[in-house]
Design a protein around this ligand. Sequence first.
Ligand code: SAM
Length: 253
Amino acid sequence: MGERGDLLEFLRARLFRLVHRGTRGDVDYYCERTRHATRVLELGCGAGRILGLIAEQGTPIVGIERSPFMLAAGQDLFGSLPPHARVELGDMRTFSFPEPFDTVIVPYNTLFAMETDDDIRACLRHVHQSLLPDGRLYLDCYVLNETGQSAPSPFRKIDTIIDAGRRIEVWEQEGQELPGRRFDMRYRYRIQNPDGVARVETDVISHHYAPPDVLLELLEQAGFEVTSRFGDFDRTPFGPDSVIMIIEARQRG
Ligand SMILES: C[S@@+](CC[C@H](N)C(=O)[O-])C[C@H]1O[C@@H](n2cnc3c(N)ncnc32)[C@H](O)[C@@H]1O
């Protein structure tokens, strides 16, 4: 990756940590669901927002993360994890571990970081192979309303990051649904160096959106049985007005 690509990855990692603080109730939910687990795998653990707290409650956990920048952004946490917790660079479409897990978690829309339904299939297949026979999968993702976003919204400033003397304004344009169920979030970073010289970098973070019926079908194809579906981390049942979907699944019979 070139210097510009590195800077964007670095900004993404910083941005994620500073701006994307999760969905209300998600940390408590994942901590509660893993409290008595013997070995947990988190896919796309990012900078360890959830993994760190699961480790803190004494639960053995491994996190995999594709972005070295995200791992670097979490280095202060990862460097001081207890012995029963660790993170690895890895891809959630291709991972394998010699020892199975009794719990796999995929928090905070991470399944939509896949590029295609085939990627989601590959990921779920690997989850299936990595779970003990009575193991559990927990994941959550957003649900778009039927009309979706047809027109791009204006950019709005969401944060200012000060980093190594640089002042970085972060501007975000809300996602627009594109053909192929692609959902793009656009970012502009106005980067002002200590000498006052400023430039603008742009970035796109793409999601591949799977509506609830498609996701359920993909889980079924991968050999999972959905045991619960919630529309909120307070365990409200999933319904037509839900804006998130929390899925609990196990291997089918
Ligand atoms: C929405 S973030 C969630 C981070 C963390 N789980 C949390 O809840 O704060 C998704 C994470 O998945 C990572 N990711 C995306 N594609 C991945 C892949 N193929 N394999 C592993 N990690 C991936 C991203 O780099 C990002 O850190």
